[in-house]
Design a binder for this molecule. Structure first.
Ligand SMILES: *Cc1c(COP(=O)(O)O)cnc(C)c1O
Length: 457
């Protein structure tokens, strides 16, 4: 088989500013060892997130010019609505400025004290919005998904037995919604099988609980289903997407992921009464129902992006280029979550730095080294993000200690990725010299964005 090439040519380029290692040591120190606090201009290869970092196509840029900026009933809204409906099949499509705005609305309506939202794994903003409403989020990931070193085709699946047991124990009246995150971002970008979505829906239906998709990476998930699940090898990506959404009663979406744009999102559903309540909140917090915090041009770009993201050549390149990074790292003995997920490679910091305990944040330590060594910006997904202190003051670590190398869509080429591999190798080779870090400042919620750290001596 020949090399899978980027299915696009480059028409517009953005220069990268080079820095020296000495400069980066200083920059990182000034940023409190938190890459979120570094200026993007001081980063060589930015793998902080795949969110809102996609390169848009020439057709999307054309859409930007065509955007209808009418306050109400803009042409661009109807194009957006029909593009979203084409994939989700949902009756009510509510635009939002990004994923968490959709989350804020749905959990404000359905959440509150004593309520539980059950998921394969809730993403951090999803959990934060649930908790902000006074409710609790519950993750019921299948066992294999919790073991970075174990290979399985669908490590993002929800544990169906645990789901039913939880509903029986908690009472269906206390569970307003089950949320299936595709692909499972916090758990390594691992896909969820169609079978699992179907079975989760069957359990939800039995207890009359609605089920939503957190659909941020629906197209990547569909591609994995096509590759790995029996019966789907000859279906088109669009058909697979439609089937996935057909089991759900609605979705929250960050268009900054699989809609290939820099801003946007939606909340979709079939329940009219729920849609009415959500739209009312939308108008208070986001904007009128036909723009929801977005410009007409943004809606236009999303509609176009949704057509491009289900293209199989795009998805083949996308999934293959992530796997390429993962496979090279594995071949050098560097521990990652296997098999590689869709949008990111996750270094397994527990095995990378086995001597650094969770409360010294091994993932954050690696993140710092990657920046110093090669100007690469990555993101800790471990005890900085998910660690907690219980009522007795005891430290509760995250289930996994990971470093996420998120791959922006259509942005970097294979030689950029080869450079990343070389830098990680260098950091790995000197791992015995890496020290843990301590937190010297943290915010009460989503602390990883603004926390400041100090390396331990
Ligand atoms: C990014 C993301 C969100 C939140 O979306 P934003 O656009 O960043 O607000 C929610 N869930 C998942 C799985 C995500 O990846």
């Amino acid at each position: 088989m020949k090399t899978i090439i980027e299915p696009f040519k480059i028409k517009s380029v953005e220069p990268i500013r080079f820095t020296t290692k000495e400069e980066r040591i200083k920059i990182l120190e000034e940023a409190g060892y938190n890459p979120f606090m570094i200026r993007a201009d001081d980063v060589l290869i930015d793998l902080l997130t795949d969110s809102g970092t996609s390169a848009m196509s020439s057709d999307q840029w054309a859409g930007i010019m065509k955007g209808d900026e009418s306050y109400a009933g803009a042409k661009s809204f109807f194009r957006f609505e029909s593009a979203v409906r084409n994939i989700t099949g949902d009756k009510f499509i509510i635009p939002t400025h990004q994923g968490r705005a959709a989350e804020k609305i749905i959990f404000s309506v359905l959440g509150g004290q004593g309520k539980y939202f059950v998921s394969n794994t809730l993403f951090d903003t999803t959990r934060a919005n649930i908790e902000f409403s006074g409710a609790e989020g519950v993750d019921l990931l299948v066992e294999v998904g919790k073991h970075p070193e174990q290979k399985a085709p669908f490590k993002g699946n929800i544990d169906i037995e645990a789901l039913e047991a939880f509903i029986k124990k908690t009472g269906r009246e206390n569970i307003p919604l089950v949320i299936i995150t595709v692909t499972n971002n916090s758990g390594g970008g691992q896909p969820v099988s169609m079978q699992n979505i179907k079975e989760a829906k069957a359990v939800c239906s039995k207890y009359d609980i609605p089920m939503f998709l957190d659909a941020c990476r629906f197209a990547e998930n569909a591609y994995f289903i096509k590759q790995r699940e029996k019966g789907y090898e000859n279906k088109s990506i669009l058909e697979i997407c439609r089937e996935m959404f057909s089991y759900a009663d609605g979705s929250t979406m960050s268009a900054k992921k699989d809609a290939l744009v820099n801003i946007g999102g939606w909340l979709s559903m079939n329940d009219e009464n729920l849609a009415l309540q959500c739209r009312n909140l939308l108008i208070v917090t986001e904007g009128f129902a036909t723009y929801g915090g977005l410009a007409g041009r943004d809606l236009e770009a999303i509609a176009q992006g949704l057509e491009e993201v289900v293209d199989e050549h795009y998805l083949q390149y996308r999934i293959r280029s992530t796997a390429y990074l993962g496979e090279k790292l594995v071949s050098y003995g560097i521990p990652i979550i296997e098999p590689p997920g869709g949008h990111a490679i996750y270094l397994d910091a527990k095995r990378f730095l086995p001597d650094i305990p969770a409360h010294q944040y091994p993932g954050q330590a690696i993140v710092g080294e990657l920046y110093i060594e090669g100007g690469i910006r990555a993101c800790e997904i471990g005890s900085v993000m998910f660690g907690k202190v219980d009522k007795e003051g005891k430290f509760i670590p995250s289930m996994m200690e990971l470093v996420r190398l998120a791959i922006p869509r259509r942005v970097y080429t294979q030689s950029h990725v080869d450079y990343v591999i070389e830098v990680i190798q260098e950091v790995y080779n000197k791992r015995s010299k890496i020290k843990g870090v301590e937190i010297v400042y943290e915010a009460p919620m989503l602390r990883h964005f603004t926390a400041k750290f100090k390396p331990l001596s």
